[in-house]
Ligand binder design. Structure first.
Ligand code: ADP
Ligand code: AMP
Length: 243
């Protein structure tokens, strides 16, 4: 049964993208919470540019750019790359013409310092965050999800060998490309990434709680349900702004 909030979203349908003047969103949560999975859906809903720092860094490593060369050793270990390195990349993106009507950030900010850099950059542009969407799942579920995560090597679409398998094992449903496993999705590295999340990224949630920007979602629900809850929350936020 859809909730009253769901029906607000559904009634507005595609026009929601135009009603919302500026939607500056960040997705928070441990690795494997489903941020990328939800971002793919939110991008389709709102036609917002999507900046995932992990994707940006992996592309830089693949291309062998100076950013990629510097980031690689941190990423291989499951550590965070230095704040100034990634901060500059994101500030340039949110300041770009593409992000004028809003953006979805995934994987940034991951430290309080990064949150402060983003806050200062938005303030200097006369803008502010709309919400910090926190997708919450326990550590054991993260390990189960990441050890089974597979990704299309061409378009980045994400699968899970048990929870969300492709129709043809090992190949993408969307374009038939090969599915690959990320190096840092090996269990030992995942456990390290989880420790990094608890030490360095949990305080970011506290940072945004103080600003009343956090909206929490149970990431253990099926992807479509999590998506429905996020859409309903964003519709409610917009209605509150209009009042
Ligand atoms: P993140 O971007 O937060 O690291 P992903 O979106 O890549 O996480 O999801 C991690 C893995 O968990 C993927 O294999 C994905 O298919 C699976 N997954 C995502 N959301 C859910 C969910 N709500 N329930 C079960 N599995 C999920
Ligand atoms: P992700 O794809 O979000 O899981 O990120 C993969 C890896 O990229 C992380 O383990 C870090 O090494 C690096 N990374 C991504 N985003 C950031 C960030 N905001 N700050 C520092 N390192 C990052």
């Amino acid at each position: 049964m859809p909730s009253p909030c769901d029906s607000i979203v559904l009634c507005r349908g595609d026009s929601l993208a135009q009603v919302v003047s500026e939607l500056n969103l960040i997705l928070l949560g441990p690795p494997g919470a489903g941020k990328g999975t939800q971002a793919e859906r939110l991008r389709a809903d709102f036609e917002l540019p999507y900046y995932a720092t992990g994707d940006i860094l992996r592309a830089a490593v693949k291309e062998g750019t100076p950013l990629g060369r510097e980031a690689k050793e941190y990423m291989d270990r499951g550590d965070l790359v230095p704040d100034d390195l990634i901060g500059r990349v994101i500030v340039e993106r949110v300041d770009g013409a593409d992000a004028r009507d809003g953006f979805v950030l995934d994987g940034f900010p991951r430290t309080v310092k990064q949150a402060e850099v983003l806050g200062a950059a938005l303030e200097s542009l006369g803008r502010r965050l709309t919400a910090a969407l926190s997708i919450e799942v326990p550590d054991e579920e993260v390990i189960r999800r990441l050890s089974g995560r597979r990704m299309c090597e061409k378009n980045g679409h994400v699968y899970h060998v048990e929870l969300d398998p492709p129709k043809n094992p090992g190949f993408c449903d969307q374009d038939g490309s090969v599915l690959v496993q990320r190096e840092d999705d090996k269990e030992e590295t995942v456990r390290h990434r989880l420790r990094v999340f608890h030490d360095q990224t949990r305080p970011v949630i506290d940072h945004y709680l103080k600003q009343s920007l956090v909206r929490r979602f149970d990431g253990c629900r099926p992807p479509e349900e999590v998506h429905g809850h996020i859409r309903a929350t964003l519709a409610t936020l917009r209605l509150e702004e209009e009042l």
